[in-house]
Design a protein around this ligand. Structure first.
Ligand SMILES: [Zn+2]
Length: 307
């Protein structure tokens, strides 16, 4: 009886604590706790870290060119941080891919006058959302103002603020609407989530992503990176071309191991148990859940190729 009473009391206390807890305690950082930090990457290009995938801004007298928009709730803070760098309006915004931590602020920036650019497949998914990675939740349909209005499926260049900005469509990799963005003068390459500097490749298959396509996309990005290019991933520290090459070569090694085991008639369980990623795990780091997702994804795609 006493135990019951204690348990009940504890439950009540917990219940009250949960009800009154700030959103941060429930996995949603409260807005006042999020700091938006800008970091010079090169030339007039700045990385933007706030809440969501890393964004970036080219600043200058012709207007600001944004890469990705993070979550809607930090738009005001991004605008304030950009005001510290430049009085110019936000003129363009390109999305590296459809996920909400990269497109959530689209509507807010469009309302401030930004023209949104992106791939047709990205626009299609904003209009007809599919279950995302992680919890598989289907995001809400994007409002019309959040949609890209200038669409490209071929390499497209924008000249602005003395900078040459290349938007490079990638094969289906993290999603089926991925774009890499290269700033020539600043020598900065934004990879979106096709490349994370920590963690194994994370293709969002429900969003049309592909692990084999990720390897192709990594190779394309390596081809446009120079020896001193700042390689700026959607998540994780800024790295260099050598890190991108290591990541691609690692993925190729694992792919080839899995392919060999499949040719030998091994089952998916056998292949997972052989730990084809083992030697890379310490260096690659990142969420452990990405490892079986990567190996299983390769098994599925390589098996489908054989048929
Ligand atoms: Zn993503």
């Amino acid at each position: 009886m006493k135990t019951f009473a204690l348990t009940l009391a504890a439950t009540l206390v917990l219940g009250v604590a949960n009800a009154q807890a700030p959103p941060a305690a429930q996995g949603q950082p409260a807005q006042q706790e999020v700091k938006v930090v800008t970091t010079k990457l090169g030339g007039n290009v700045y990385g933007i870290d706030g809440q969501g995938g890393r964004a970036a801004a080219l600043i200058g007298p012709d207007g600001i060119f944004l890469v990705d928009s993070q979550f809607a709730r930090v738009s005001d803070k991004i605008v304030a941080a950009l005001k510290e760098l430049s009085p110019s309006p936000i003129k363009f915004l390109v999305n590296t891919h459809v996920h909400g931590d990269h497109t959530g602020g689209n509507e807010n920036f469009a309302n401030l006058g930004a023209t949104i650019l992106g791939r047709p497949a990205l626009r299609a998914q904003l209009l007809n959302p599919r279950p995302g990675p992680g919890n598989g939740a289907v995001p809400p349909v994007a409002p019309p103002t959040a949609l890209p209005v200038v669409l490209f499926d071929a390499p497209t260049t924008v000249y602005l603020d003395g900078e040459t900005v290349h938007m490079i469509p990638l094969p289906a990799a993290h999603t089926d609407g991925d774009t890499a963005v290269k700033f020539d003068q600043a020598d900065v390459l934004m990879t979106g989530d096709v490349f994370r500097s920590q963690g194994f490749p994370a293709a969002a298959v429900t969003n049309g992503g592909s692990f084999l396509g990720t390897i192709e996309a990594l190779t394309q990005m390596i081809a446009i990176a120079g020896p001193n290019t700042k390689v700026v991933p959607g998540h994780g520290p800024v790295v260099d071309k050598a890190a991108l090459v290591f990541h691609r070569d690692m993925a190729v090694t694992v792919r080839d191991r899995v392919a060999k085991l499949l040719r030998e008639g091994k089952s998916a369980d056998d292949i997972l148990a052989s730990k084809p990623t083992a030697e890379f795990e310490e260096k690659v780091g990142g969420p452990p859940a990405f490892i079986p997702q990567f190996v299983n994804g390769l098994i599925t795609e390589l098996s489908a190729q054989k048929r």
